[in-house]
Design a protein around this ligand. Sequence first.
Ligand code: HEM
Length: 441
Amino acid sequence: MTDEESINILNSLVPKQLDINELIKNPPKGDTEDVSSKPSGCPYLNGSAPNKPMRMNSVNKKFPEWQTSISVASEPVNYNDYLKLDKILDAQYPESTKYGHPAHDEHLFIVVHQAYELWFKQLIFEIDSIRDLLGKPIVDERCLLVVVQRLQRINLIWKLLNDQISVLETMAPTDFLDFRGYLSTASGFQSVQFRLFENKLGLAEHLRIKFNQQKYDYLFTDSETKEKIRKSVEETSMLKLIEAWLERTPGLVCFEHHENGDKVEYNYLLKEYEIGVNNYLKDTYLKAAQEETDEEDRKSLIDEYKKTLDAFGTIFDKEKHDKLIERGERKLSHKALWGALMIWLNRDEPRFHLPYQMLSLLTDLDAIMNRWRYNHALLAQRQVGNKSGTGGSSGYSYLRSTASDRYKIFNDIVNLSTWLIPKEYLPKLNEDLKKRLNTFD
Ligand code: HEM
């Protein structure tokens, strides 16, 4: 490709008022380099540092909001200033030193907690960006790749947070005792960002385990924090956004045209799936019961058939499903659950590739956070046994009870496995649906 051709392509990508030729001839203020020929690598170690700034004025107006812009700097940037290292590295003040009995491990204790809070900040940043994209009245399917990438990032950060526990485990319980008394009532229980992340994901207030008969937020007394927590509860959570998105799953709803001219909406998958399930259960239990000669074994096969049929009834019958939601045993609406099953069963169809990955990543997130809750409980037990926590809870036993299904947000998706039947009983997509789920029509 000639230079002229490349410049024409670049020109077609940037807003009309910006001409690439003009940008190259007359770079904005400062001793700048041609951005298009910049080598990759550490931004502080190539030709731009310390006196040659990269151009950083955002010129992007044309790209979708989830895509990056061409950017140009107008002033030199220094590593230490950029990262505000003066502030971050001057934020470790062990209490034990203050009291004149420096405890070596308190430095690690502080740094690990600070690193957690920084990562919590990043997690909130990522989850908010995903909530923004999914919160649009019409979700542009092209943004799903970015949603998947950011969910992958969130999960990797949680994995990192799990690994950080092992670093704290290098502190012996006796060494923790050297400064634990100085912590007074300070506890991770007071981490505002942790609560914000839980709320933004969709952890319902009524499912939280109370400690000392108190709600988790009684500790937050300053008005700014209370407001942040209130907003995080009231804003539409990730769970609710995913629910609304699943309810709109393409191909889930079909229309029947009646002779009188009425057009009636019905759940395509539910209707077809019920037939498949009935056939599967009959073949598995009733046929086997017919062939069984032992009376007791025959009875137990028939009992099993009835039990399994009843269980499936809770996904076929909306009223039964809604009762389970009231009891906190299910979280997604009936329609959303079927949307998820539609994606789960038809993941090979091109339009479901990314939705399938999204759902898998959400279930992974639940699993990783649950693992963190469990590992953190074990850490607390290792350090303080069955003593109560500095925040006033029963300590290990309280933390252990949070590592449960109550705290999993997307458990309904993991539990889809309960409702899977062998492939030969699954409904086939008709030609019309196949077309709708293909990206090429
Ligand atoms: C020696 C290490 C640690 C011990 C012994 C410990 C102990 C505890 C205990 C006993 C609680 C229950 C509340 C209370 O009564 O205080 C708690 C809560 C909590 N801790 Fe830790 N912790 C440790 C490290 C960490 C770290 C590194 C983090 C990272 C931010 C953390 C975050 C939290 C959070 C978020 C809660 C609230 C959990 C909930 O209510 O679901 N902890 N911790």
